[in-house]
Write a new protein. Sequence first.
Length: 146
Amino acid sequence: MNEVQKPIDVLLVEDDPGDVLMTREAFEENKVVNRLAVVSDGASAMQYLRKEGEYADVPTPDMVLLDLNLPRMDGREVLAAMKSDDELRRIPVVVLTTSEAEEDVLRSYSLHANAYVTKPVDFARFIEVVRQIDDFFLTVVRLPSR
């Protein structure tokens, strides 16, 4: 597949600065042309997605990478709010979290997450996981047009 990929806008909802840095580095290392926006809590994620306040002019993300354990509003609440909103429910959400708990996996899929990925602690593995998510959503899956 040599067709040129159009960059997509990805919203990373992550409160751990180390994981934000690793995700940014994974995008750079993989030469991912996607644009990565970052918010650090669930309430800011909803403001971003609804284009409220300081986020009035942001692009609607084509995909959300969502941590579950967030301040102010956790990832489960963000996922539930997104999937019950007519404007936001079509945006694919990949839960990217440290939790391996079966109840988190089940609850995330019950709330209509598109994928559930456990974050590897190893940096090289983390980069590979981000690359695979990116490859899958850019080359395999067809995303809805805006």
